[in-house]
Design a protein around this ligand. Structure first.
Ligand code: PNS
Length: 174
């Protein structure tokens, strides 16, 4: 007897993706990924990790607010939220089919593979989907933007205007 089982597509009402990160701060590269994810999923939950290993420049509330200020308040397809603990547990509980991560140059690859495989080991139901950022954003990151801004470099165009202003104020005060 054949072992072939016909594939039955799951009947899901709404496809949700979780897009996690530190977002310290959100950049045009992140916004590019959110836009791409919205082409593939009905809703995107931007999940700001509360307890990240690295020390952040901005507080959790500031990071959340800067992201929220990127979208109209009545944008129903995007949710911005803080997440504590294991990200994949949150995604599963939320009913998300996927965790979205942006890939830039090859340097991202090792860490992203580790993260995706660990998340799959913990929860097999949630897939990781890698989206490639637009070419313009391949070489930008929150870290390099902060570094430039810290020394008075012009980062306009690489982050939304309100984030640019926030960075300016932050480093003026230091
Ligand atoms: O923007 P980042 O710093 O690259 O994002 C990393 C992040 C927040 C996605 C990752 O550190 C994370 O998922 N943290 C939550 C804890 C967790 O689930 N870790 C992965 C399993 S060890």
């Amino acid at each position: 007897m054949s072992e072939y089982q016909p594939f039955v597509a799951p009947d899901v009402a709404e496809s949700i993706a979780v897009y996690p990160g530190s977002f310290d701060p959100i950049t045009m590269g992140h916004l590019d990924i959110i836009q791409r994810a919205l082409h593939l999923f009905d809703r995107v939950v931007v999940a700001v990790a509360e307890n990240v290993a690295k020390k952040t420049l901005f507080s959790l509330d500031e990071r959340l607010q800067m992201i929220r200020d990127c979208f109209p308040a009545d944008e129903k397809r995007i949710e911005v939220t803080a997440v504590k603990g294991l990200l994949v547990d949150y995604a599963y509980t939320k009913g998300a089919k996927a965790i979205v991560r942006g890939l830039r140059a090859v340097s991202d690859f090792d860490y992203e593979f580790q993260l995706a495989l660990m998340n799959r080991r913990i929860e097999r139901e949630v897939e990781t989907v890698f989206l490639m950022t637009g070419f313009r954003w391949i070489y930008i990151s929150s870290s390099i933007i902060k570094e430039a801004a810290r020394h008075g470099g012009d980062v306009s165009g690489l982050v939304p205007d309100h984030v640019c202003e926030k960075l300016r104020q932050c480093f003026l005060a230091k």
